[in-house]
Design a protein around this ligand. Structure first.
Ligand code: GDP
Ligand code: IMO
Ligand code: MG
Length: 427
């Protein structure tokens, strides 16, 4: 059985949570592979909204098992809160959710560092979520991180804590952050370890046992391709690989196991935090998209920057991830515009046109979008379930996305609920 992967094609918040929830109905195991509680994945079932930060969005499909893979940086307190909230709503989590022993932990000291660094940046604020993601990945790469398995085995936990604090001490002090005492951090870590213990597994073994048993594995991406640490608009990016490579390395699944790569994109574009955004609309049209699309961050509540669909950025994301199918969400939000902008190229200050996403953030910030104007559509699309229910001008728009991105749009999102979807079926 081949596995599927799902990736965000923009700057996050494309509607991945909703799509994973829908597609999990055909999965046995859903794996979160990277990122951490910076993610906010919204799933709406029967009018009830859940925002998941660490728990995979497959959890609301009752038969599905969920794994938090080793590529995730895990804030144990946040996870335990999320589990409590889900269980209070009657969602069975125990016995269905597993956490990889190789996943690195996010501690309160990481959150403090993230927030202090961000507030000290005068110019060039990244607009991080303040969840400690960057500092936790820094520790992982610097080889002074603490992993979930370290809490289980208790081996030299004190030594590990001392080393990780020593590595950060000068920076914490220079930022005016207090350095936690080793004993205090140790008792916190031990408590987290006790409470996490029922969920902890060898994640690689879980993935491969599922593969050997012929189960259907679904890899859930977080963030978006343009926020990827290598492929995104660096340095205005997150600290993990949000592309297909990050999903493989973060789960332990080999590349040749994945047969389908679903790329999720809004029919327009949004971005939270700083960084270039060529199609941004800082006018009444942008405000209208924000209000109609309820574009406020699922994790931080910040207003999202809004703009037209960015063809070059979406095509870049489809190419680097090998997207086989696109899910185009929120077409219902775009109802009522007479004309819709579709960026087909960028133009630099020298008037030179290009269709690629430049590596230099300064160069990208200087680009202006070149639009093709397509006819808009009207009406409430919330009831559409089949292609035939969609207006002809929307179908033209979908074709324009397909032609530009060289990938088929299989799913079309017409509202926030699980039922608000048009599935065009296999090609
Ligand atoms: P994610 O991070 O990619 O999972 O996306 P978020 O949950 O952060 O943001 C997407 C928002 O759009 C959520 O509020 C969803 O409920 C909502 N949403 C997803 N798909 C659709 C859709 O097709 N139409 C509408 N109106 N809302 C949608
Ligand atoms: P989901 O999975 C949107 C953005 C932040 C900031 C940058 C770095 O819900 O799509 P970080 O806290 O990761 O160090 O912040 O990345 N960011 C997201 N934006 N959706 C997300 O996740 C995001 N995760 C991080 O706003 O600009
Ligand atoms: Mg989100």
């Amino acid at each position: 059985m081949t596995a599927s992967a799902l990736i965000g094609l923009q700057w996050g918040d494309e509607g991945k949570g909703k799509m994973v929830d829908i597609l999990a109905a055909d999965a046995d195991l859903v794996v979160r592979c990277q990122g951490g509680s910076n993610a906010g994945h919204t799933v709406e079932v029967g009018g009830e909204k859940s925002v998941l930060h660490l728990v995979p969005s497959g959890i609301l499909a009752p038969e599905v098992r969920c794994l938090i893979g080793h590529g995730v940086v895990l804030d144990a307190e946040q996870l335990l809160k999320e589990i409590e909230t889900l269980e209070a709503r009657g969602v069975q989590v125990a016995g269905r959710l597993f956490v990889s022993d190789r996943a690195h932990l996010v501690f309160p000291v990481h959150r403090a560092l993230d927030q202090a660094q961000e507030s000290k940046r005068a110019k060039g604020k990244i607009g991080t979520t303040g969840k400690g993601i960057g500092p936790a990945y820094e520790d992982k790469v610097a080889r002074c991180g603490i992993r979930v398995g370290d809490l289980m085995r208790g081996q030299d936990l004190e030594g590990r804590i001392t080393r990780t604090l020593d590595a950060k001490r000068p920076r914490l002090e220079s930022l005016g952050c207090s350095v936690p005492a080793v004993a205090e951090m140790r008792s916190f870590a031990e408590e987290m370890g006790r409470r996490l213990a029922p969920y902890v597994v060898d994640g690689v073994e879980v993935v491969h046992a599922a593969r050997r048993a012929g189960e259907r594995i679904f890899l859930e991406g977080a963030q978006g391709s343009l926020l990827d640490i290598d492929l995104g608009t660096y340095p205005f990016v997150t600290s993990s690989n949000a592309n297909i490579g990050g999903l493989l390395s973060g789960s332990g699944l080999p590349a040749n196991a994945v047969g389908r790569v679903v790329g999720v994109s809004k029919a327009y574009t949004t971005r939270v935090g700083s960084g270039p955004f060529p199609t941004e609309l800082e006018d009444a049209t942008g405000n209208r998209l924000r209000e109609r699309g309820n574009e406020f961050g699922s994790t931080t509540g910040r207003p999202r920057r809004c703009g037209w669909f960015d063809g070059p950025a979406a095509r870049f994301a489809c190419a680097v991830n090998g997207v086989t199918d696109i899910a185009l969400t929120k077409v219902d939000v775009m109802s009522g515009f007479e004309k819709i902008g579709f960026a087909v190229a960028y133009e630099g200050p020298d008037g030179q046109r290009s269709e690629s996403v430049p590596g230099s953030v300064e160069e990208y910030a200087a680009k202006r979008p070149v639009y093709e104007w397509l006819a808009g559509w009207e009406g409430d699309l919330g009831g559409a379930r089949r292609e035939a229910d969609l207006p002809a001008s929307l179908l033209d728009y979908i074709r324009a996305v397909e032609d530009y991105c060289h990938a088929r749009v299989r799913w079309i999102g017409v509202g926030p609920g699980r039922e608000h979807i048009v599935d065009r079926g296999e090609a």
